[in-house]
Design a protein around this ligand. Structure first.
Ligand SMILES: [Zn+2]
Length: 117
């Protein structure tokens, strides 16, 4: 299997995600691979409850996006680690080769189509 092609796809996607993450959060300097959502500016008049609710909702959204992207980033890193060991493109359940078309759509896939839920 031509893993170089998939390695490039994974690295491109990783770069894209890190760019998006940096817009919704900041990289935790103490924990590699960990990102923290940016806290909204809470400098709103506490008497203005609507503004406050908006800020909190904005933070909740950022947290959801940040968590999903972080998860995806971990999947990509795990897939990249499987390339040098020769495990890339193998189903984690039965060890069969994952269809290349499936990997092209999602290079971080860990199972064949049969075992995808
Ligand atoms: Zn399988």
């Amino acid at each position: 299997m031509n893993t170089a092609k998939f390695e490039k796809l994974l690295r491109d996607e990783k770069q894209q995600i890190e760019k998006t993450l940096s817009s919704v959060g900041t990289k935790n300097p103490k924990v590699p691979g960990d990102w923290e959502p940016s806290y909204p500016d809470l400098n709103v008049d506490p008497s203005d409850r609507n503004d406050m609710a908006d800020e909190v909702e904005e933070f909740d959204n950022a947290l959801g996006v940040e968590t999903a992207l972080e998860e995806k980033l971990r999947e990509i890193d795990a897939a990249l680690e499987r390339i040098p060991t020769g495990d890339f493109g193998k189903c984690a359940i039965d060890g069969q080769d994952i269809d290349e078309a499936r990997l092209e759509a999602n290079p971080a896939a860990t199972t064949c189509i049969k075992h995808s839920s």
